[in-house]
Every structure is written in C-alpha cells, then in structure tokens.
Write a protein that binds this ligand. Sequence first.
Ligand SMILES: [Zn+2]
Length: 307
Amino acid sequence: MNYYRIQEKFNYPDDLAAIYQEVYEAFIKYYGPEHEETIFNAFMSTKFHLSGNGKNVYEVLVENGFLKENEEENAMVSFEDLKRSSGVHHANAVVEYVNGEYKIVDIERCIVISDFRNYSLSQFFATIIHEAGHLVKGHNDGFRIEGDKLHNRSGLIESIYQLSVNEKGKVIDTLISEKGVGLEEGINTYDEENIMKEFFDPDFKLSGYVTMGALARKILDNFEITHEVREAQFNGNKEEIREKLLNEKYDELEHKMDEVYALNLEMFANIFDKEKMNEIAFNMRNKISEELFNVYDEIRDSVGKKK
Ligand SMILES: [Zn+2]
C-alpha cells in the first residue's frame, strides 16, 4: 500500500510529506507486513498537525475541537502534562443517544507534533514515531459500547467511560477506570528507540520516558513475547500475552508499571522543585527495585521452570 494515497488525501507540505513517508515505510518494515493494512488505514484516518509559533500541543488540540472539558478527570495524563509534551495522539469517539441506546457515530483522531525541526531533526522524527506508534496500535476496534459504558483500547491501555445524557441531550463521558498505560508507554518508547536507531540515527538517545523504555526492554528482550505483545497492541487480543506471563502475574506487572509511570509523570511535573523531585525519584526507584522486579523475578522463575 503506497504512501501516495495518504499524501493525496492530506496534501502535507513537501518537506513534511517526505518525513511522514519515511516513518510510514520504516513502520511497515519494523512492525511487519502483517500489520501493513492497519498502518495504512491508521495514517489514512488521521491528520498530522504541527504545533509551534507560540502554541503548545494542548492549544492546537483545543483549537481543532479535540478536547472536552471533563476529559481530564481521573485520567493519568492531565492537561498540564499535555502542555509540557512534545507531541500527542488523540482519539475520541462521538457518541449519540438514540431510542434509548448509545451509539458511536464517529471517531475523531489527530496527531499533534511540536515543530522543533530547527532544534533537533532527530528528536522531531522520534516524536512522530512515538505518537504514530500510539496511532497504529489503537486503530483496530479502538472503541465499543456495552450498555451505558464506553470502552476504549489503545495498544495495551484499556479505559472505561461512564456515559450519561445531560439536560441538553448531549452525551457526556466520564472516565471511571484506566489501566495498562505504564506498560504501553514503556513498550511504545522501546519501539521509538529501536526504530530511530535502526532506520534514522544510530546514535539516537531517548529523552522523555527513558526509565519506562528501559523497563519495557527488560521485559520484551528477556521473555520473548514480541509476537504476543503485537497481537495485543494491534488487535486487542490480550489472551496470548496474559497466558505467556502467567495471567495474574501479567496483571500485577501491568499494575506495577502503571504505578511507576504515575511517579514518572509526577517527577516531570516537579522538575523545578529539586528537593521534591529527588524524593519522588527515590520512591520510584524503590517501587521498581522492590515491587516491580519482584513480579518480574516471579515470572522469570516460573516461566524458566516450565522449559
Ligand atoms: Zn506516549
């Protein structure tokens, strides 16, 4: 599937189109031809926006009508986190309430990337690879409705929203649970690093989720679960990865990665308060060495015994 049709649809400026095409082709090589159709459909369904010229990622999202007021509550990533971020992938289901039933009538998707090409072209590529990574891993069956709940899946992340109708007849969704964010961010960061080094810049160094990426690398490289992870990320089938990592142990690992990720975000949020930051970093290191690695070792010991 040729990139040409994507360019025909969005008509990106030539310099950007060349960059997006390189990323698209690297994705098919890295994730494998079995995911080519998903990658093509994802790029076809989603416009890439740039932020810059004094506007941050958050402001570009608002300007294009992609953020709703109540969306921040309970979510692991807050609006303040978004204002600091170098890029974002955003997907939103438009839900209507018709004849006593909730129905998904549209799915809005977009990507916003900070335009820092003049500062670091390598970092610009890495941000596109990271955000487009979220895009392709959440594209298939990302949203479904069960009764009065909206379920969203993005890679390994599972979120559930309570649906209700306000006095104006508009459907409101309120996030009630979210899991798998730490593991998904870690793996997506691991992929970002691998793709950058293999296709674009052998000397590439991660900035951002360095710890999450390293933790995911430890898990993926040592348990040989790449196939099972991709099946879960691209197609929403978590059965194989859960089975391979001993079901409840997988759930524990996922939960510990969420806790580490939350501390990681808190650290970024306190970047100008050195004392506070050191304290959070200390807690995070403890959480990793005393809790996360315990679960990891338990899986390793049991999986090892099976062989
Ligand atoms: Zn991410």
